[in-house]
Design a protein around this ligand. Sequence first.
Ligand code: AMP
Ligand code: MG
Length: 404
Amino acid sequence: MLPIERGLEIVMSTATSKQRADWMPTESVPLLDSMHRILREDVFCDADSPPFDKAIRDGFAVRAEDVVSVPTTLAIIGESRAGAGADVVIGQGQCCEIMTGAPLPAGANAVVMVENTERVSPVSVRIRKTVREDEGLLRRGAEARVGDQILHSGRPIALADLGLLAGTGKEKVTVSRKPRVAVIATGDELVEVHETPQAGQIRNSNTYTVCAQVTEAGGEPVLLGIARDNLDDLREKIKRGLEHDLLLVSGGVSMGKYDLVETVFAEFGVEILFDKIAMKPGKPTVFGHRGNTYVFGLPGNPISTMVAFHMFVRPLILFLLKAEDTSPRILEAKLEAPVKCDPERAALLPALVRFESGGYRIRTAPWKGSSDLVGLARANALIMIPSREGTLEAGESVQFLLME
Ligand code: AMP
Ligand code: MG
């Protein structure tokens, strides 16, 4: 059986080896819609930042050399406020009232905070504290110079980036188009969320968790509903699914008599590259491709589906988006109680992780197996137990996936 890393390598090398660079085309979106999307242009400063020497305190613009010995009284010769500078030149013994964000008047080289001053009259102020040159202000271009590259293609647009894009005048932003990801649930036992399950039935939950994972990864989910466990229904839905950038089918990939998904994939000419991974849960994960469509059969148990998505589908979606970092987000923690390893398969177990004295501490959470969403909902992480003999002892380092 393939270890997880080898499976991931196969997925990524398949995407990399396509004849064309197999990335999503770009599109231009309004600034606000660009949040969390993958940037596909390099962004340069259109002006120095800040564009002028600017006060970062409310107070008085002074010549530092005039306030070397304090207290001292200076003559106020003007006011500079944000949006309207003062047309004055500060000479010896003079100062200018100034507000945060306002341009520093000529001649001044520091700003004394208002808290360290005392107004003596409308035209004079007593300075009670010395300032160093450049204190209380930011020089023009201190953050970045015109023409400097401030963001690069491949970056997921985060909050500060959005602010930068706004600051550089980008009303429209070039990002990767979202891959369209068809999602099919399979199973004769499934009913929809609004329905009441009869004997032997359960509600379809995978469609919703998979769609949420697709959205989080940056894809656009397309719901194709529930396919029943018969060839006709599977053929009809899978045929439609194959018209998308990715097709995700949950359930129907184990060894049961009615697990027909892989058969139908093969009928449609999907080249299957693996159908078993040495991981628990998630063993019967299937991966293949046909033309430019990538195809996954995700094991039906809700937690298996989530884990397989996280390990294989999310990195592929990020690759298609041309994101700079496609790897699963794995963190490290110290184990609080021993965990037995499985020599056959790496295990992912629901766990409770917390941050304490400078590091993460983790322990497994009680659960009843790969269908137990109740147990999973009480956990906040999936701990990764490597496949090997023996036991991982308390105090050892382990890897985990944070479940946000
Ligand atoms: P399968 O992979 O089809 O053998 O399904 C494994 C287990 O997952 C079975 O107990 C199914 O009932 C359950 N299951 C399959 N699909 C879903 C789904 N869409 N929502 C919730 N549970 C599911
Ligand atoms: Mg099934």
